[in-house]
Write a protein that binds this ligand. Structure first.
Ligand SMILES: Cc1ncc(COP(=O)(O)O)c(C=O)c1O
Length: 420
């Protein structure tokens, strides 16, 4: 399911729209994220179809991309949401995501955030430590509500087994996330002592950008063995195996989201939990491939044997390369036949990590480029570092632009900083 194509004139297109039109559009400007809503819709449909009619919730991890247009499209496709903060929860409720399809994860929730979740009556507040149980119970008592909670457990799957970047491995025993399996029993006793809490689910999320199903299935098997014991003592309504389905950033990705879902469902049935709803929390796999970051070349530099191409997008717009040594493909908007040269593509930010890597680009490349597969963890991590504006966002569907949000207006940052 690739959103990016080239038309007969060599123009790079996303969702059938030539990206050069975005560059010239004063409503956006560059750098600009462009997203293909139609492809995101199709991605959600394919994921939901993989459950073959079994009870499920695809709880979209909003942290990957919180653009309202995307959250609404996924809601229309029947997805729920996995949120990790009060503002993400409020956004989803405002965008019409049904509360009974929303789970709220996060290791340190404020009282105000818990109150919002309790008031909205979401599917479950995911409890991430034994210490969080009395805090949620206190807020439930204050609201005079019986609150649905689930345990996010930490299945202790080692980083190496996950074969992903250490910074996005979350289900190992040194991570701050989740209740260690050996503490779950005491946690259950504690929930039982609080009449205002009802345990409805058990889940885990072991890491992101998993390119094979094995580590995910290993974690799911551990989770289901535990869930089976718990379910025998008090009926659960769901099990949740988290997000993490990988995407192909250019180095390949063996497994598709449907492979993860089918393999997990098989384990769930084998564990005797087939009647429970199966939740997953995909973020990246719904949106990454269907967004690009368009940037203009501002400057070239050659010194000794090195060549640089400097673009108007930096690590403040797309942080993944600086944060995780991630590599995205970078291609010119207009295909050229000329010779290629290896150039280091960098942004304007005053940091050495503002470096997207070395790419073979046409020697005479000028104009604009697209950083591919940038739909996830792009804009949501963007900042105004160095006084830079937040990037524009453009949404396409059915071969046309259907919406856009311009860059921060000039002067917004200055006014903001002068408030002190
Ligand atoms: C609890 C939780 N669920 C889901 C996700 C989404 O992961 P991904 O975008 O890899 O699918 C994350 C990502 O960090 C997470 O922490």
């Amino acid at each position: 399911m690739d959103s990016v194509t080239r038309d007969g004139d060599g123009q790079l297109c996303l969702g059938g729209v030539a990206l050069s039109t975005v560059v010239g559009d004063p409503r956006a400007g560059t750098p600009a994220y462009v997203y293909d809503l139609g492809a995101i819709r199709a991605e959600a449909r394919a994921m939901r179809a993989a459950f073959d009619g079994a009870p499920h919730v695809v709880a979209y991890a909003v942290k990957a991309n919180s653009a309202g247009a995307i959250v609404r499209v996924l809601r229309e496709e029947g997805c729920g949401a996995d949120v990790v903060s009060g503002p993400e929860l409020a956004l989803c409720l405002e965008a019409g995501v049904p509360p009974d399809r929303v789970v709220y994860s996060g290791v340190a929730k404020t009282d105000a955030e818990l109150d919002l979740a309790i008031g909205a009556g979401i599917l479950a507040i995911q409890i991430e430590s034994a210490e969080e149980i009395p805090r949620v119970a206190a807020r439930a008592r204050a609201a005079a509500r019986r609150v649905h909670v689930s345990f996010r457990v930490n299945p202790a799957v080692e980083r190496e087994a996950l074969a992903t970047h250490a910074h996005i491995a979350t289900g190992h025993d040194e991570a701050k996330f989740g209740i260690p399996i050996d503490l779950v029993g005491a946690g259950l006793d504690d929930v039982d002592r609080h009449a205002e809490l009802a345990l409805v689910g058990i889940g885990s999320h072991v890491g992101s950008q998993l390119v094979t199903t094995e580590p995910y299935v290993v974690a799911a098997r551990k989770l289901f063995a535990l869930a089976r014991e718990v379910h025998a003592r008090r009926p659960l309504s769901f099990v949740d195996t988290g997000g993490g389905f990988g995407v192909d950033y250019g180095a390949g990705c063996e497994a598709a989201p449907a492979d993860f879902i089918r393999a997990t469902r098989k384990e769930q049935v084998a564990a005797g939990l087939g009647s429970l709803a199966l939740l997953c929390e995909p973020g990246r796999s719904l949106v990454a491939k269907h967004g690009v970051l368009v940037a203009c070349i501002l400057q070239r530099k050659a010194a000794h044997h090195r060549r640089w191409v400097m673009i108007d997008a930096g690590m403040n717009d797309l942080m993944r390369p600086a944060l995780y040594q991630a590599r995205h493909r970078i291609v010119p908007l207009l295909a050229t036949q000329g010779p290629l040269a290896d150039v280091t593509v960098v942004g304007p930010v005053c940091e050495s990590t503002d470096d997207f890597g070395v790419y073979a680009l046409p020697e005479d490349a000028s104009g604009a480029v697209a950083i591919l597969d940038a739909g996830a963890y792009g804009f949501t991590m963007a900042s105004r570092y160095n006084g830079r504006a937040l990037p524009a966002e453009v949404f396409v569907e059915g071969g046309r632009v259907v919406g856009s949000v311009p860059r921060d207006p000039p002067g917004a940052w200055i006014a903001d900083r002068l408030r002190s």
